[in-house]
Design a protein around this ligand. Sequence first.
Ligand code: ATP
Length: 464
Amino acid sequence: MSGANLETITALAKRRGFVYPTSEIYGGLASSYDYGPLGAELLRNVRNLWWRELIHKRQDMVGLDSQILLHPETWVASGHVASFTDPLVEDKVTHKRYRADHLIETWLAAHPGEADVVVEDLNISDMAAFLAEHGVCSPEGHEVTAPKAFNILFETAVGVVEGEKSKVYLRGETAQGIFTNFRQILDSSRVRLPFGVGQLGKSFRNEITTGQFVFRTLEFEQAEIEYFFDPEQSDWQELFQMWQDTMWQFVTGTLGISVENLRWRRHTDRERSHYSRETYDLDYQFPFGFKELWGIAYRTDYDLQAHIAHSGRRLEYVDPQTGRRVVPHVIEPALGINRVFLMLLCDAYWEDEANQRTVLRLKPSIAPYKTAVFPLLKNKPELVEKARTIFNHLLDHMTVTWDDRGNIGKRYYYQDEIGTPFCVTVDFDTLADDTVTVRDRDTAVQQRVAIDHLLTYLQERIII
Ligand code: ATP
């Protein structure tokens, strides 16, 4: 785990324009955040890399962009209307609401060795029994009600006439839009099994618990894949392993996350959904412990069969060679983009005591700005003009930021905190010999580089 605690990361994120509390002028909204200028850039980089690595670079993947509002029957078929629930308890004095499993986790951490349970294995009545047996209280120290299943799907209404509105749901996951489009994707494209469909987009959950910054929010972004295959033609274990390897490579290679902060956690038989044959979570060690970043599940043909039953449509694949009809099985890797975002900040955060500075050591390909360009002095037109020319040239190739405020030391300090890997300074020597100073974020080493060579110099160091 990085040395930073969550308060430090939250403060940096706000101070430097990565993340703001939503609607702050009205006092904010629980578990909701906006992404500022730098946060928007960082999120965009994560999305683009995911799409590039997992869709564009693969011949067996296509993309999709389905709606947030789907036909409400979708959520009946998927099981979300009946059982997309969290175990809710209420503090009997303050009436604040909590998740029973989270209270039990906190209690277990505070009472090591006193109870031998796996929280993920507990159902609602197990939780009720545990809370009662151990006298588990709310964080305020009061008794709590017995847990009940609270549906976390958000409801809204379509229509303009009061009384004639019909209930719809904000999607609780992006995956269902993939299943409902399965037939149309088969009919309109040239995909052959095994193939996957990926999509990125907002999902909504009326989450009970708050307080872990952007880790768990009401509105969030998912990047989900349904990988369809014929279980008679492909070995699910091999495909599952292939996806686990792909996920690992993306997180450690593409995103550059430290291996020691990652672990695989296999769901126990009780924890796993009844239709799932295998589920693993790729967990990251956040400041509040190892938590799920990316889940992968072998869901069999459960979802397509459910949509066949509810829609009456034939959602089958016909093998072009043999004519065999099959309802494909799926493996689903489901990632949260905002959790990737938080992981990146936590993993990159570094207090460089030797140089008394805070640095976001983001991989250059992830950093919001790849380069900052400074004229040494802003009141010297010849320096400003030269720096502008370099800035405009680099802009054609990468994200670049301009800074001419304060002294150079302060500018470096600011760029370090937002993770800019290179700072280019135009000074009086530049006017004489067409070289600039390039300063490296991580080592703080400065090098003189010829302007002619600058783009190549930077590109060689920013490769993905
Ligand atoms: P958790 O157990 O943490 O609630 P989950 O198992 O319900 O997560 P999935 O339904 O598997 O999550 O969703 C896939 C991914 O979406 C998760 O791995 C996570 O990265 C992300 N995600 C889920 N819920 C939220 C949320 N409320 N806020 C931010 N990201 C989320």
